[in-house]
Design a protein around this ligand. Sequence first.
Ligand code: 6CM
Length: 250
Amino acid sequence: EKLQNLEVDTKKLDSSSDKKDHRMYNQMQDLINKYVELSKQDPESEPSWQCLSKSGETKIYRKEEEKDGVLLDYLVATTSVQGVTAAEMAEVFHNGKLKLEWDHTIEADKKLETLDELCSVYHQILKRVWPTAQRDIVYASHKQKLEKPGEHPSWIVCNVSCDHPSVPEGTSGYTRATIEVVLFCQTVCDKTDPTRKDVSCRIVYSASVNPGGWAPSAAVRAVSQREYPKFLKKISAFAVDHVKKNAIEF
Ligand code: 6CM
């Protein structure tokens, strides 16, 4: 029943157009610049980043920081997915209809507003982590192509917390967590007429999550250590399967 209260008049809020002037646009450009720079750094050489796991092509690093007694969770993961391009991977991550297939932390998900064809606002209720209160997040998800002369384009998706009039913080019955999550994807392909086996996608995934409210550090740590590797495996396998019958898209 709670979800029904979130219904908003989308006709009134929808501002679908190709104008790049929605209210989150400039913030997204700043984030893109920040994360493209970050993707060039090697967490291995940063002593503050702790390696959480390495298996095959997947490396996950974590950094902990406390703010007002709450453990903040910073994470950067790199991986590579065979048979998928950057455009296809970014679409799988960004497409609101596909999320439930690979994000097992979602209990309920609702699109609140379309800001333009590449940016929408979502309200997501996360599965409860015992013994803490259940969390929700409200965030804008923006996808963008990053052209590179002479190369296949890179693609980036930024999921960043924002306010939304239909679910103000403190009114949803959940503890509001905040996120800054970025998926940066680069196509690796050196063939002129590639088949699926000639393409792969290099991914740098960064997540900065503030769980909000009260959350024991051990619980935050445990959730993070368990869920991120699981998420990377799931989204990679889902993407490979999802695109396998389609023509390659760059
Ligand atoms: O990036 C992911 N999913 C996106 C689309 O659904 C979106 C969502 C991010 C939610 C991230 C929540 C992480 C929760 C783990 C941190 C600790 C919470 C503590 C709770 C109290 C103990 O960007 C994939 C998200 C994969 C999640 C691991």
